[in-house]
Design a protein around this ligand. Structure first.
Ligand code: XMP
Length: 514
């Protein structure tokens, strides 16, 4: 599709997806590419502007991530951020070296608001700095347009050539006027029109899918999660009952979740699709019997999922298209887009194509970030409750039960989790905490109930806030809410006698327990 586009060139910094998301929030489509991308390819994409990201390297180090001088001579506006700004200066003849004072955190920056980049930005504005190196001298032709007491060159411009560099991170929310700066770049400098809108995206995608599918048959694995639900509804709007959705209930879902999915997508729900629910609980529990090692559990659940799906697909017979709920961060993290390292390989529907008889894959959400998938979901009229559903891992409660999974343990964690969610919602905290859930530890401990000694399990409560799921901070849930949850869990959930609150961030812990 020929849409107006900004491209982000990734030098491996931790906020790179955030840069693209912020640009898209300004209604301008944006994609991420590795710094190794050929200049010719960049030229062919005809971007309206280019943003160079931050990165962990020192641009003057031999073999550091770099770019060609010609990138700045394409006539396309360029904005360098942090490492990107340093690199721009280094390549164009300025001087970058180790900073005498390392800046980290919120810093007041004085900007020249007559620069188009800082139009309508306060003269003194708080920005997020994080750098060891600094620009000691700007490259010839450039003018300094911002500084701090310790950073004489906090931003530069060569206005006629539309080249800009800033030492701080406008993409991070701590930079109070960061979004305005990015918006200034895409509108004032690059002259974008702002044609990236979810309603238009949804309409266009439905139309394109309808043309592509024609009279063909389509198969979709539905998990009840946001991505597969939005993909399924989009397909259903495009091709109606040519679509069959297979929902595998692996017995590791949250309490009542299987029935909730069936209510929305099943025969009595609002959509005109063929819905197949497979109750495979016993099969999964059987395969997981005696298995304690987390990676092995993940593998078993993933493989069994594929097997069940394959069996159902065989019953349906040959289909023309298989739907996958791939979203843009999957594309970037699988190494097809940017440079960021893969932290953990997640169970999604990645393995399916080898096993199912189909001709082509449809990935309707491949270009979208998670928040955009949600917006698309709302455009499609999917219930809020489903659209704002918390992230839930493919292996489900299997990785929230430490050690061996049994039906009895699934019951405990489901009930504890349902109580936790109910109380969080009652306290009005459900919108403000990123992700929260109960897990079952593998620890049994001695307790007392009435006059009897007990020897029962401990449930762990987790609540984190996260921007990108790569890092997470513990959320501070008020003690009275925690107290109430703990009280209810030990009273209402059989065989649980202790409740713990996890106060570990990520890193070093991951969000899930396994
Ligand atoms: P971790 O535990 O890696 O989790 O810190 C980061 C985010 O990813 C979710 N998660 C998964 N999602 N399949 C998924 O689709 C998985 O295998 C998986 N493992 C973790 C987790 O819930 C959190 O939001």
């Amino acid at each position: 599709m020929n849409r107006e586009k900004i491209i982000v060139i990734d030098f491996g910094g931790q906020y790179n997806q955030l840069v693209a998301r912020r640009v898209r929030e300004c209604n301008v489509y944006c994609e991420i590419y590795s710094y190794k991308t050929e200049l010719d390819k960049i030229r062919q994409m005809k971007p309206k502007g280019i943003i160079l990201t931050g990165g962990p390297d020192s641009c003057y180090r031999e073999g550091a991530a770099s770019c060609e001088r010609a990138l700045f001579e394409l006539g396309i506006p360029v904005l360098g951020l942090c490492y990107g700004a340093q690199l721009m200066m280094h390549v164009l003849g300025g001087h970058v070296c180790k900073a005498p004072v390392r800046e980290y955190g919120r810093i007041e920056v004085t900007v020249n608001s007559s620069s188009p980049l800082f139009a309508n930005v306060e003269k003194k504005t708080i920005c997020w700095m994080s750098h060891n190196d600094y620009i000691e001298r700007a490259a010839p032709g450039f003018e300094v347009i911002a500084h701090t007491p310790d950073c004489p060159v906090a931003a530069v411009q060569w206005k006629e050539k539309k080249l800009y560099g800033i030492q701080f991170h406008p993409e991070v929310l701590h930079t109070v006027e960061g979004t305005r700066m990015l918006s200034n770049f895409v509108y004032e400098v690059c002259g974008c029109a702002g044609d990236w809108r979810m309603d238009a995206f949804v309409d266009n995608t439905i139309k394109t899918i309808r043309e592509r599918v024609g009279g063909g048959r389509v198969l979709c694995a539905l998990s009840g999660g946001v991505d597969s639900s939005v993909a399924a509804v989009m397909l259903s709007k495009a091709v109606g009952d040519q679509l069959t959705c297979v929902f595998v209930d692996h017995g590791l879902l949250r309490k009542n979740e299987g029935d909730e999915v069936e209510e929305v997508f099943g025969p009595n729900g609002p959509y005109d699709l063929n819905f197949v629910r497979v109750n495979a609980q016993e099969r999964f529990y059987g395969k997981l019997k005696g298995i304690e090692e987390p990676e092995q559990k993940r593998k078993i659940i993933g493989e069994e999922f594929i097997r069940v799906f394959e069996e159902e697909a065989k019953k349906i017979g040959a289909v023309d298209f298989l739907v996958q709920g791939t979203i843009y961060p999957d594309v970037v993290e699988s190494g097809l887009g940017g440079e960021s390292a893969v932290i953990k390989s997640h169970h999604n529907v990645g393995g399916l194509p080898d096993y199912v008889d189909f001709k082509e894959i449809i990935e309707p959400l491949r270009d979208l970030f998670k928040d955009e998938v949600r917006k698309a979901g709302l455009e499609l009229g999917i219930p809020q409750k489903l659209v704002y559903r918390q992230p839930f891992p493919g292996p489900g409660l299997g990785i929230r039960i430490v050690g061996e999974v049994t039906a009895e343990k699934v019951r405990m964690v489901q009930e504890a989790d349902a109580i936790y969610r109910e109380e969080i919602a009652k306290a009005g905290l459900d919108k403000s905490i990123g992700q929260y859930f109960a897990a079952l530890t593998n620890m049994r401990s001695v307790g007392v109930m009435g006059d009897e000694r007990t020897y029962d399990y401990a449930v762990a409560l987790r609540a984190v806030s996260t921007v990108d799921f790569m890092t997470a901070e513990v959320s501070q849930i008020p003690w009275d809410v925690l107290g109430k949850v703990a009280n209810r869990i030990v009273n209402e959930v059989r065989n649980v006698s202790r409740v713990l609150y996890d106060v570990t961030g990520k890193p070093p812990a991951t969000i899930e327990f396994e």
